[in-house]
Design a protein around this ligand. Structure first.
Ligand code: BGC
Length: 247
């Protein structure tokens, strides 16, 4: 049994739990704290330290999912988090600050990896695209089970902005859209992505995936099958821990 602490850093909350990476099971209850309003490296690191102390996990393996493009451990973008993160070697920074062995990955890639090992993407051949619909839209793309990292499909140019401005769950809340209105917007975004990548399967993730039955009837125009994520809210935590197993 190999236990790793998985942490999911989101725009509103930072949550962690111990994950048994042999079967994706969570060990006990997760621990969640709010993301600091000023989400600078200093402030967020304080929260991460609290989580590591809570699980008594100093010096051990910690996988972190982070809402940015991560290239070889370096943080390259910051859309829903403070700009001070940009260009920081996040893996090195966290290893030093948290005194743990760190694997840093994009949050949506982490959620995708959880689905790949234990959920809706398991054993799926061809092109699979997972979208996490939260504050932003994150994406994870797999070709025959191999992750193509940092796809950022929430940042495709769309209407007067980018896709996440219109089809993220935050857009539904902000614009007070009904599930019908939002579902149609989401379908347009899926058709747009399908036009570019012709995936075999779309997986809808993020908190709103648990209400899939409220809007799935508006998602009928794509050729690709569309299913909700299986790992739900814990995908980010489980996938961050599983990132240690990625080649
Ligand atoms: C970021 C992505 C992230 C997604 C979900 C987007 O705004 O650019 O890197 O995966 O939000 O958090």
């Amino acid at each position: 049994m190999s236990i790793i602490l998985g942490i999911d850093v989101g725009a509103t909350g930072i949550k962690g739990n111990l994950v048994d990476t042999s079967n994706g099971n969570l060990v006990g209850e997760r621990f969640k704290l709010p993301t600091p309003d000023v989400s600078t490296p200093q402030q967020v690191t304080k929260v991460l330290k609290e989580i590591i102390n809570y699980f008594n996990w100093k010096g051990k393996n910690v996988g972190i999912g982070f809402p940015s493009i991560i290239s070889k451990g370096r943080i390259l973008t910051a859309t829903n988090i403070d700009n001070d993160w940009i260009n920081l070697d996040g893996e090195k920074f966290f290893e030093k600050e948290l005194k743990a062995k760190i694997k840093l990955v994009n949050d949506a890639d982490a959620a995708g990896v959880a689905e790949l090992y234990f959920g809706a993407a398991k054993d799926k051949k061809g092109t699979v695209i997972l979208l996490t619909l939260g504050t932003g839209i994150g994406s994870a793309m797999f070709l025959n089970g191999k992750l193509i990292p940092n796809t950022e499909l929430g940042h495709l140019k769309y209407k007067k902005g980018i896709t996440e401005n219109y089809a993220a769950n935050s857009a539904r809340e902000r614009k007070k859209m009904s599930y019908k209105e939002w579902g149609k917007e989401l379908q347009n975004v899926l058709l747009y992505i399908e036009h570019i990548f012709s995936p075999d399967l779309f997986i809808i993730g993020g908190g709103v995936s648990k209400h899939f039955n409220l809007y799935s009837k508006y998602l009928t125009a794509t050729k690709a099958e569309i299913v909700p994520a299986k790992m739900r809210n814990d995908a980010g935590i489980i996938g961050a821990a599983m990132a240690f197993k990625l080649k």
